[in-house]
Design a protein around this ligand. Structure first.
Ligand code: NAP
Ligand code: ZN
Length: 352
């Protein structure tokens, strides 16, 4: 075991601050990485503040961060995919059992023994796993991803969660040319959803509560922008969507979007507001509409997404911050004030 610097929160009401954490010495299948950049996902905020306590409560101290890009510093004797000096990335998962039908099918994210990058049981050291707001990390090579060498590294970090979480359902629900697709919420996930839906050739409509994001939405690849608090604008799209991806982090009326689906259309939730949704049966039975959810994506699909981004020159639009500004960034996220992902330059941690 060795010690490394990190930022952690001691309770649901504490700010994040500097600490030391233990990491395991790399075993034969492990890759050790120096972390260069780590994105700030709204899930980090939900977790630090224990907002998902009914579903997965937070163990403190918590070190968040699951959009990790770094450079390999050491590899175990059995590692074949990486060597010291290579770039590598880690997303939301660091392990799974590898033997269940879900793992065998490439759906590690559905494995009942899946280990999240933070706040999951750590089978090596005990306690819980610690995420990417840190100097370095050790991971099984099977959960490390290859980074295309033509992309800006700060802009790559958010692909590891915001990227795969939007890419996967857009692929699953057959988003292709000729489809009318809505993206609800223009934040970290939403802006990646717009880029992918546009790259897949769909007609893309952004729904936002922030009228000042209109021009950005068009620049990011939207064909139309609807201010969702304007009922008339919403009504103009009634019954017309094939697919709508909802990325909103807070309570809102999902029925307003179900009503915009054409027959057999689907709304998929990736946003994870803490409170239950209220959905009248008629929102679904009219037009045989469906509502579903989606969580990140498997390792193979995450690699496919990264390779797609390399080929199509897609990265996140980022605001790079030093780690000392992380608490301020959380407040700005809660105000929908992000363009469009905060990414921590981990060099800033070395100065502490
Ligand atoms: P984010 O950057 O904060 O973006 C969320 C966006 O939602 C905001 O920018 C805002 O967009 C909109 N919004 C916020 N409050 C709203 C409200 N009260 N009513 C309507 N719209 C509102 O967050 P993120 O990192 O993209 O994450 C979004 C959600 O996805 C979070 O709940 C997160 O935990 C979840 N998530 C899920 C997965 C998964 O695998 N399913 C993975 C990662 C994250 P506008 O200003 O455009 O309205
Ligand atoms: Zn995330």
């Amino acid at each position: 075991m060795y010690n490394t610097k990190a930022y952690s929160a001691a309770s649901a009401t504490s700010p994040l601050s500097l600490t030391q954490i233990g990491r395991r010495a790399p075993t034969e299948h492990d890759v050790q990485m120096e972390i260069l950049f780590c994105g700030i996902c709204h899930s980090d905020v939900h977790s630090v503040r224990n907002e998902w306590s009914n579903f997965m409560s937070t163990t403190y101290p918590i070190v968040p961060g699951h959009e990790i890009v770094g450079r390999v510093t050491q590899v175990g004797s059995a590692v074949t995919k990486y060597k010291p000096g290579d770039l590598a990335a880690i997303g939301c998962m660091v392990d799974s059992d590898g033997i269940c039908p879900n793992c065998k099918a490439g759906f590690e994210q559905f494995c009942s023994n899946m280990i999240l990058t933070y706040n999951s049981p750590d089978k090596h050291l005990g306690g819980v796993t610690y995420g990417g707001y840190s100097d370095s990390i050790v991971v099984d090579e099977g959960f490390a991803l290859r980074v295309p060498d033509n992309l800006d590294l700060a802009g790559v970090a958010p692909l590891l969660c915001a990227g795969i979480t939007t890419y996967s359902p857009l692929r699953h629900w057959g988003v292709t040319p000729g489809k009318k697709v809505g993206i609800v919420g223009l934040g970290g996930l939403g802006h990646m959803g717009v880029k992918f839906a546009h790259a897949f050739g769909a007609h893309v409509v952004v729904f936002t509560t922030s009228p000042n994001k209109k021009e950005d939405a068009l620049r990011l690849g939207a064909d139309e922008v609807v201010v969702s608090r304007n009922a008339d604008e919403m009504q103009q799209h009634a019954g017309s969507f094939d697919f709508i991806l909802d990325t909103v982090s807070a309570q809102h009326d999902i029925n307003a979007y179900l009503n915009l689906l054409r027959p057999d259309g689907n709304v998929t939730l990736v946003g994870a507001p803490p409170n239950p949704l209220e959905i009248p049966a008629f929102s679904l039975i009219m037009g045989r509409r469906s509502l579903s959810g989606s969580i990140i994506g498997g390792i193979a699909e995450t690699q496919e997404m990264l390779d797609f981004c390399g080929e199509h020159n897609i990265t996140a639009d980022v605001e790079v911050i030093p780690i000392q500004k992380v608490n301020e960034a959380y407040e700005r996220l809660l105000n929908s004030d992000v363009k469009y992902r905060f990414v921590i330059d981990m060099a800033s941690l070395k100065t502490e």
